[in-house]
Design a protein around this ligand. Structure first.
Ligand SMILES: [Zn+2]
Length: 267
């Protein structure tokens, strides 16, 4: 079977064989037991991206439904705009969004890449992607103009790559934190919390077609859920042990979710 993915060494077309992918020049990439392929060349995939523990914690949090409205909103925006053709989940994580979107999109048209091997392993277990690879979103193993849709859900954007791999008229769907997203969480731990910068909406080479803001106040269960939510944020990298301890001591947390979903059409 012909793969959507390209050889990371020579950019040649890849074919699936029994035990992996092979390009015309003989570069081979083994299929993991779970069904994905590792297309990172460095051989250090285990060092990149989210750890198994972070993924377990995030999956448990997401499965409890706190972000359901976000993925429903993504489906509502994407479906009417992107009626057919391959869609890439770039930075797919553990595939929680895809598990919801794949049956809506139909026709096995969802592909996924993530730089974290642990994330891709977890995503593979969901069996909702046509093909899954460990790969960097900064250098997508996808030919120019091959995609009709691309999802960038909270992962760091690689706009140049998105413009390269989307066909003209293809849809880029982004989820962006708004200024007061998770404000209450920050206010609970920091003396001087900062609001997020307003997202920049204009993107060169793309036309903004539609936006939808998802805002709601959620009551997060103390303990594990608060910790998991915090781990999903960029703040966790620069927070002291003392401030982390404050989080775990909270006996309740009402927190505002403020996310903008934005659909762009590639010009
Ligand atoms: Zn090759």
């Amino acid at each position: 079977m012909e793969s959507l993915f390209r050889c990371p060494v020579c950019s040649g077309a890849l074919r699936w064989e029994d035990t992996g992918c092979l390009c015309g020049k003989g570069h081979r990439f083994d299929r993991a037991r779970q069904g994905y392929v590792n297309l990172l060349l460095s051989g250090s995939a285990a060092l990149h991206g989210d750890s198994a523990e972070m993924i377990r914690s995030r999956t448990a949090f997401l499965e409890r439904g706190y972000y359901n409205r976000v993925r429903e909103g993504i489906g509502e925006l994407l479906l009417p705009l992107c009626p057919s053709g391959p869609v890439l989940d770039a930075g797919c994580g553990e595939g929680w969004y895809a598990a919801f979107l794949s049956p809506l999109l139909g026709g096995e048209r969802l592909y996924g890449v993530d730089i974290s091997r642990e994330a891709v392993k977890a995503a593979a277990r969901r069996k909702v992607y046509r093909e899954l690879a460990v790969a960097s979103a900064a250098r997508l193993p996808v030919p120019d103009g091959a995609l009709k849709g691309l999802l960038n859900i909270f992962s760091p954007p690689e706009l140049g790559e998105y413009a390269r791999v989307l066909a003209p008229g293809g849809i880029l769907l982004r989820a962006l934190p708004l200024e007061d997203h998770l404000w209450d969480l920050k206010a609970a731990i920091y003396e001087h919390p900062y609001r997020n910068p307003a997202p920049r909406m204009e993107l060169e080479g793309f036309r903004l077609v539609e936006t939808e803001d998802v805002t709601q106040v959620m009551t997060v269960t103390p303990g594990e859920d608060i910790r998991a939510l915090f781990q999903m944020t960029p703040y966790q990298m620069k927070t002291s042990q003392r401030d982390r301890a404050k989080l775990l001591a909270l006996d309740s947390l009402e927190v505002r979710l403020a996310i903008r979903l934005a659909a762009y059409r590639k010009e």
